[in-house]
Design a protein around this ligand. Sequence first.
Ligand SMILES: Nc1ncnc2c1ncn2[C@@H]1O[C@H](COP(=O)(O)OP(=O)(O)O)[C@@H](O)[C@H]1O
Ligand SMILES: NC(=O)OP(=O)(O)O
Length: 309
Amino acid sequence: MGKRIVIALGGNALGSTPYEQLALVTETAKPIVDLIEQGNEVVIAHGNGPQVGMINLGMATAAEAGAIKSDMPFPECGAMSQGYIGYHLQNAIGNELAARGLQKDVATVVTQVLVDENDPAFRKPTKPVGAFYDKATAERIAAEKGYTMVEDAGRGYRQVVPSPKPVDVIEKNTVRALISGGCVVITVGGGGIPVVRRDGKLYGTPAVIDKDFASAKLAELVQADALVILTAVDRVCINWGKPDQKSLAEMTVAEAERYCEEGHFAPGSMLPKVRAAVSFAKTGGQAIIASLAQAGAAVRGEAGTVVHL
Ligand SMILES: Nc1ncnc2c1ncn2[C@@H]1O[C@H](COP(=O)(O)OP(=O)(O)O)[C@@H](O)[C@H]1O
Ligand SMILES: NC(=O)OP(=O)(O)O
């Protein structure tokens, strides 16, 4: 019998420019459609770090140059990134389904995700977004734009913004209805547009939610059988980057929590994936971290790292 699977797509599934992205998602669609063809219900979440930063910086630069009237706040940038990444995924998955003679609707839901305005994350920006820069360029942009820039896991310097934890998915009933109607749904893109509730109303707030945490929340809310976090490595490793590096086929929640405390996973890259997998596994679901190419094998339990109770 098919499973209900929430897939979280990482940066390597999308690339970092619209042109790269359009070419890459054509490939990304193949393992996703394999899962659909095997009878699974698939819900897709994705990152937006490079894209949301690019939109924000581009709009700020255009506004400073007088080419447009205003900069673009982060919630709106998040919504724009959901729209254009969703369009590419819809297009690529739709084309791949049609090429295989499969009939299915594919739809993107512009999704708001509730966060707590007292979340301590608002006082300490940690989420890397946008392009990678060398140190000198990062320092210049920080001085010009007032951005906070940090070194990101040995890959260069990037802007960081607050990243509060997801509390609820506002459009969850719409997502559930679309899944029940047989639709392939793309939702919580970029972790969702962060919103806070004040006096019963929702307001966008400048932040970027981690898509792995939002995907785990979504998987819980749609009662998924599995959360599959797809990234660039086949398996999670302990002693990452050291001579005694070891890849893991599985971890219990307790083991994963111990490895997190021991610092085996880089903050801003593997650490949120493992923590998100732990949070979904604690609800009784199956959480898997695997490479995009091995998505099908990971769902069959033949690849990736499974995190379980
Ligand atoms: N302990 C670890 N095991 C495996 N990969 C790790 C580990 N620590 C850091 N990484 C790095 O984290 C990367 C995944 O994070 P990232 O590239 O930010 O994800 P995303 O696919 O969501 O963009 C891997 O490709 C790998 O380079
Ligand atoms: N929003 C988010 O987590 O994006 P990335 O996965 O691209 O960092």
